[in-house]
Ligand binder design. Structure first.
Ligand SMILES: Cc1cc2nc3c(=O)[nH]c(=O)nc-3n(C[C@H](O)[C@H](O)[C@H](O)COP(=O)(O)O)c2cc1C
Length: 404
């Protein structure tokens, strides 16, 4: 396929897309105190839809208060009262010709009880390497059941609100990834041990959704691999994708990395120190006079994350695609038209998704299509990634304005 095929209409789990570009889930911090979408989010999605993207996946929406993330403004989908606000959002995006998919998530141990007001939970009481201040509580059978029901209820609300589908967040070390990974799941009951057992929570969620919502599109974002000892590797990810297909999943998006590995999920050339010192909960309250010293020490002691910076999930995606017949989406450092076209043309994936390129340019796909631009202007400075801890999503272009 030349670059032209990527602009042809395509279908993902019954959802019609005008091209093969997807906006990958990106936390926007544009939810109100209850997690309902604010007007700013509608404006952003309308810009993305007008900018020609094939489909939009929302930032992660929490299925339970206990699973809320530690960033402000997270979307929530834990209450029927939220449905009318989402219906308005979906309507605005549909009018611009783009499908909207709700990513549903539970953060498990990758959050802070100080923010959720509740103990963090995980499959096993293993401390996270980054959220290390607290050991999570091991989930009980009843706790797991509550989470399964919350995911199913969330999908039902998404369908009622008119979303074209949901995406289960099973990547990046969040709760479902914690169950799948042998690093964080040390259980010896039916929820741990063999891959079948570690996958059980996902298969019960899928089964619950299928029973309640029929063939409503359910996508999944998985980790092709991570860098944790005893964690996810491509061979297991391939089996998980196959199990997802059997469970009735509509499409798989392949990503990688966990928060504890530094900037492994969204790679960049260096740690955005200025942003870390301004916004990160571990550093923002250190005295101002110490910040320059910390700024020099941190890049030495904290690794900036793995390399290469582009196309780092292509091999995992290719392996997954060879094993399943549902569509495969690849994400991660695919910031040029040539890389995206190649990913599809040589069979690594059926769709390409991007996050950071759409933060700096919501209309990137249109620019690609009209031949006005062949690469994203994103420099991978990752200020966007760090600053969502403090402010709603935007491109900072590697610099904080005075006073931030
Ligand atoms: C600010 C920011 C927020 C993100 N929020 C989410 C999220 O809510 N859910 C998710 O699955 N991935 C999230 N990601 C990861 C992206 O979807 C994507 O996997 C990653 O950034 C690599 O793709 P890119 O090189 O196109 O940015 C986020 C990334 C960024 C930069």
């Amino acid at each position: 396929m030349g670059s032209s095929g990527i602009f042809e209409p395509a279908n993902i789990g019954g959802i019609a897309l005008r091209n093969r570009f997807i906006r990958s889930a990106t936390h926007e911090g544009m939810g109100d105190g209850d997690g309902a979408p604010l007007e700013s989010l509608e404006k952003l999605y309308v810009r993305l839809a007008r900018g020609g993207v094939g489909a939009i996946v929302t930032g992660y929406a929490g299925v339970l208060q206990q699973g809320r993330c530690n960033f402000p403004g997270m979307l929530m989908i834990d209450d029927d009262e939220l449905v009318p606000a989402y219906r308005r959002l979906v309507g605005a995006v549909h009018r611009e010709g783009a499908p909207l998919i709700l990513q549903i998530a539970h953060c498990g141990r990758q959050t802070r009880s100080m923010v959720t007001g509740m103990c963090t939970v995980a499959p096993s009481p293993v401390r996270d390497g980054y959220y290390s201040e607290e050991a999570p509580q091991e989930l009980t059978e009843a706790g797991i059941r509550e989470i399964i029901d919350a995911f199913v209820d969330a999908a039902a609300r998404a369908k009622t609100a008119g979303f074209d589908g949901v995406q289960l967040h099973m990547a990046h070390g969040y709760l479902l990834a914690q169950f799948l990974s042998g690093h964080s799941n040390r259980r010896r009951d039916r929820w741990g041990g063999s891959l079948e057992n570690r996958f059980r929570i996902v298969s019960e969620i899928m089964g619950g959704i299928r029973k309640r919502l029929g063939d409503y599109p359910v996508l999944a974002k998985i980790n092709g691999y991570d860098g944790m000892p005893g964690g996810m590797r491509v061979g297991e990810a391939v089996k998980i994708a196959m199990m997802l297909e059997v469970a009735g999943c509509s499409a798989v998006e392949v990503s990688s990395g966990t928060i504890a590995e530094g900037l492994a999920i969204m790679r960049g050339p260096k740690l955005p120190m200025e942003a870390v010192l301004a916004a990160n909960f571990k550093f923002k309250s250190i005295p101002r006079m110490l910040k320059p010293v910390m700024g020099r020490i941190l890049p030495v002691v904290v690794p900036s994350g793995p390399k290469p910076l582009s196309g780092y999930n292509l091999e995992a995606s290719r392996a997954v695609r060879a094993a399943v017949s549902i569509p495969v989406v690849v994400v991660g450092g695919l910031h040029t038209l040539a890389e995206s076209s190649r990913a599809i043309g040589d069979g690594a994936a059926d769709f390409v998704s991007m996050s950071r390129p759409f933060i700096i340019e919501p209309s990137l796909v249109r620019k690609y299509e009209e031949g006005r631009q062949a690469a994203s202007k994103c420099t991978m400075c990752n200020y966007c990634t760090i600053m969502i801890e403090k402010e709603p999503l935007r491109c900072w272009n590697g610099r904080l304005p005075q006073g931030v």
